[in-house]
Design a protein around this ligand. Sequence first.
Ligand code: F0G
Length: 458
Amino acid sequence: MMNSTTSEPVEISELRCIACGLRTHSPGHRFRCSTCADLLEIVYPGWDTSDGRRTAPFTAAALKALWRARRKSLVSLDQSGVWRFRELLPHFSDQEKIITLREGNTPLYELPSCARAVGAEYLLAKHQGMNPTGSFKDTGMTVAASMARQEGFGWVGCASTGNTSASVAAYAARAQMRSLVLIPQGKVSWGKLSQALDYGAITVELKTDFDGCSQILDEVVDRMPVYLLNSVNPYRIEGQKTAAIELLEQLDWQPPDHIIVPGGNLGNSSALGKAFCELEKLHFITRLPKVSIVQAEGANPLVRTMRETGGRKLVSVQAETAASAIRIGRPASWKKAVRVLEQLGGTVAEVSELEIAWAKAQIGADGVGCEPASAVTLAGLKRMVRDGFVKPGESVVLILTGHLLKDPDFTLQFHRGELFGGKEAEILVPHQRAPIVLEASADAVISALKRVEETSEA
Ligand code: F0G
């Protein structure tokens, strides 16, 4: 079938249960299998040419050229770093329904001083915090929120540690839909909360954690026509795949040896893994990167699930970490993440609060910066180098998921030395830059400069 406006091939997608394989076109309010209640994923039957009855709907070379050509286009969908790759996404019969803020198009940065500190030769960061609302969530939201609009919903909703709520609120506002966000009281950074308010969400703080908010939202969507925009929604996952596609395009389709991603509700690692597997199957790449997932020690359900059950049964935890974005104890997409670890040969790592803060300051010192949850990637890499999982000469891409300005409180407390006490925190002192208060004179400023020069020469 061809799309009449662009003459591009149209791929029909289906929803399939990840556990029992049931195929369906109606996902229900909670996006769960109607038989076994497990998660759904999107599959594209037309891509499967293994039985010899079908020919591939496109070639990798043709799509690579088409996607590159679209970078010069003035059409809004082509300018989106998600919809530019729309041949690998679910088809929208009415493209007018698509809500885009020109998401994606995020930079790939070198991190030279981090690379030196870690002892890694090729270290890059794909900065998903450079999306319109400052986090990777936008790449998935453009697809799932558009689906809500296509299906005629007036309300969308999410439970969130902050970034999803900002993204849901923004995309809903663009389409004049109303948004409901449930957040754990006192556990969402001001940057994120203020976004949700400004974009007009009905923002509800609940006396529970993220996992409790998710459970309550499930009940709400059963009883009210609110479209669920958490990452159990498989359309979110499809949009988030495009970060992997864009990354490979930026690397001229040469996969790195390692991708390192933070793990919270585990939607993002699932999305990236799915993308790499699909791209290999469709002959865009000939080998797979290892995708590894890092969690905070105090919010480590996946690490414990792998260690204690080999990935067979979820070990949930009471989560606690200052990296509030990933303060999640019962991740919805844990089975998808386990599958990614198995298919792509990655590992899991957990890092301490101090390691997270230290890594965040190091990423900042490369002029890039990120929010605490993103910095677990560099902290995890240090462990992987130490353990020999990442070998000398191997190339590594960190996925930075949120912008530095998302959580200014954390950054200020770090630089003022307020986050940690005791001897172990001394290691952080050279990275701390509290503001210097001086009398208002050039002399005072110049002597401060000289003091800095003397100490750095010493
Ligand atoms: N990094 C940031 C900055 C996040 O906001 C999140 C999740 C993650 C990493 C983890 O990604 O859940 O796909 O494994 N934030 C969600 C939220 C839960 O509500 O904003 P994940």
